[in-house]
Write a protein that binds this ligand. Sequence first.
Ligand code: ADP
Length: 662
Amino acid sequence: MSQNSNNSLKPGRQQQVPPKKKWFNWWVYLLMLAIILLPSILNPSSEGKEITWQQFQKDILSRKAVEKIVVINNEKAEVYIKKEFANDPQFKDAFTRPVGSALNLGPHYSFNIGSVESFERKLDEAEKNVAANDKIDVSYIKKRSWFWDIMGTILPFILLFVLWNFLLGRASGMGTGGGSSIFNFGKSTATLIEKEKSNITFDDVAGLEEAEMEVKEIVDFLKKPEFFTKLGAKIPKGVILVGLPGTGKTLLAKAVAGEAQVPFFSISGSEFIEMFVGVGASRVRDLFKKAKEKAPCIIFIDEIDAIGRSRGKGAFIGGDNDERESTLNQLLTEMDGFGTNSGVIVLAATNRADMLDPALLRPGRFDRHIYLELPNLKEREEIFKVHLRPLVLDETIDVELLASQTPGFSGADIANICNEAALIAARNKKAKIGKQDFFDAIDRVVAGAERKSKIISPEEKKIIAYHEAGHAVVSWLLKQVDPLVKVSIIPRGKSLGASWYLPEEKQLRTESAFVEHLCATLGGRASEEVMFGEVSSGALDDLEKVTKEAYMMVVYYGFNKKIGNISFYDSTGQRDTGFQKPYSEETAKLIDEEVRKLVEGAYDRSKEILQQNKDLLVELAELLIKKEVLFKEDLENILGKRAAEKTTAAQTIQKVPTAALQ
Ligand code: ADP
């Protein structure tokens, strides 16, 4: 199930890098470039026109126009022309500056000398007939560029600094997206929402009544602590919200902050963990320091299991334990440390409470646990109402129907469906969002977008149709399988066909209901065997589900007579690594055997049902090939009204649909 709800209210981490800093970086680079180019911009061609020795000898020396020669750094000879030649047409250009017309006092020409010896030899040669007094004055000077001297010293440091900053930015960016400078490396990356900005209230949270009641108390703790403390009561320090993803944990925490009108620090557990040991702990310290400055306030730590996982668990698997442990220890210390009345309440969210370190859950730390469940029918209706509020709807919308079509959906799924429906309506250029848009959105969220362009040969289409018809017939004729509402052979997402069931919301499921569910799931493959005498690879998804379910029946629910009323389920999550089985080799063999028998039995029953109703199967499959999508009414026309609808068999919540045929 995808939960890519675009309108998620989760804190935006991109806010954490202030845009100012990016500008700052650019300015540094620009400044460095300018410094490098500056000397040549300010002092263009100060060495005179570049010529060769031959030109010098022929055009300048022979005319006795040279005032002096200055040899720079034993490399370059700069030639100064006598002033009286300023008006000479040959040297006119040399005396005027490239820009402007002021008299250029030289050097007017320059040339490379090769080596000092050869230069002197050539000059002596050229002046061999000149009287000693008239010989050209040659001086040798060493010129040092202050700019490059300084740059030579500081450039390596600048480069090192830039490199270091870059590497640290990358390192901290890996886990968090924040703290990209050495100066705030150990600082917490929490996003702060100030009180005037948090406008989420309990009105935005629908359906979580019991949880809401509990967290409302926190608002009172923050608003009027003296009310409780005057009787000697201690204000709780931490509240942990436990629930599946998308059940509204973040939303509830934000609503608390919004109602209490206090600042709200939001951070994800994984943001504490860095490549370097010690950073996590220092971030925890920093977070609590900042929070205390803003007290009364709320710290919200999402996915706290990232740091709060039981210490020592999986020590030989992951090497990151040291850092996590020190971060957790710091968190425990901080929670113990801040005085009861300091007005900082820590809310944390997780979907794996069983993984948390017991030290974190003991009284005085996260001593209140609030469990958020998937919403029931009534609650879904309320959540729909919240998310339908901003949408432009037409009169076909029936909130009750929408809620009834979405069992097993979380609040985030519902938010996602509402958004998806609006997008679909917009794509179809509608002025208002209608019922059909919502149904399309539900199908899309459940089974992925339709992929009509996927090329399927007629033979394949026939197999898919018989496969889906098999599911439909078996599930229709068995009393305790959830009612089928739609069958389609249009490819969606990864699957080639799909059946939509409407699960009844029951908390208990009998053994026979489990077995019938196995039969319905195997109906697709059974149909292929009954019709074509051969099976295809299309049942992969079904078989995976059947295998898991059968093992669950035998190993967890104690449904098997031979294994007995024994469950190997481990609610503490201690055996997560799965290296050790809690049963002997013999029991393992027996489990495998019994599971195989169970699946075999269900498959045979499916085949039997289909063989007895082959004419219905063929009729349904042929209609499916023709129409591609069949609804409940089509199924009723062929298979008759479903007997199961009159019964009240105990069934459990199950997400629609079972996508078949990978
Ligand atoms: P979690 O933190 O439990 O993973 P969120 O609180 O981030 O889930 O929920 C995601 C989105 O789902 C919320 O922003 C909200 O739009 C929607 N949502 C979830 N539960 C509810 C609810 N009870 N009422 C209204 N909207 C909800």
